[in-house]
Design a protein around this ligand. Sequence first.
Ligand code: IPM
Ligand code: MN
Length: 349
Amino acid sequence: MYKIAVIPGDGTGPEVVNEGLKVLVAASKKFNFQYETKSFDFSGQRYLKTGKLVDDQDVLELKKYSAIYLGAVGDPEVKPGIIETGVLLKLRFALDQYINLRPVKLYNSKFCPLKDKRPEDIDFVVVRENSEGLYKGMGEFKDKATKDEVAIQISYNTRKGVQRCIRYAFEYTRKRNKRKKLTLCGKTNVLTFAWDLWQRTFNEVALEYPDVTTDYAHVDAATMWFVKNPEWFDVIVTDNMFGDIITDLGAMIQGGMGIAAGGNINPQGVSMFEPIGGSAPKYTGKNVINPLAAICAVGMMLESLGEAQAAKAIEGAVIGLVSNKLKSLSAGKMGYSTTEVGDLVVKNL
Ligand code: IPM
Ligand code: MN
């Protein structure tokens, strides 16, 4: 019996989570697994009413679950950063979800903004470090609000943190067993402390994986290759900030935010799965947002729980829908409503 904590969150989060849960019901019947869900209201609206975000008690409670399923965070009525750090980043850090796993996979050429790229050309995975780097929140102001003001934001990289991320990426590349190529994406030519540590650690860990081909790309060049030659990539490992940036570009080449899912992984603990697109306030409550990213996140969650067959079947159902029915993957242009798309995935399944 899996225990799933559900955090619908803000904006369109609750709408897409509903569709994901429909698919979860259908998958559990078809593949014979049991689960229970409990919903947690960590949202901008709750914060406005109560001042509460995620506290240590909440974290203790969530540690009892098999997985967390998250819709989206970010409410335009709340100052930017509060919900993001108080809910999403708080959970990632407190649950030590040190990997952010973001597959970039094109399901059908017609949704790719790049000319002449086929599904076999765009099929890679970004392993983003998810617990350190610029996200650590270290830094300071000097002489704040004066003409001599200085703002310092530190990229914090520990050998242990970098090592566990890189090791995960090598293991993942080996298990994925496609091209068996791992690309380190960094900035060794300028960020000579952080990326020196990353490069040395990468070279060291690589010795344990002679079956994996290694490569390196500066992050700026990587954005160019994403557009020009995405077929060069199999698995990419990078730090928290670069991973954040390149995976939005990755989402676009796979067809947009409507289809991009990710997992915040603690391989020894509780992981959290989410569509990566955010709360899309302007589409909230209109039944037009694309729920496929949230549905794919359910697939990733089931995969991590050991329900590989169910995960594969959900992906198949999504591919079928994307190929045969949807006019677009963007909100309001799919040719179907949010709830209809969820129903169609269930039907395909
Ligand atoms: C993401 C988001 C978050 C991040 C924000 C909402 C804090 O952009 O999951 O990529 O920067 O990690
Ligand atoms: Mn992001």
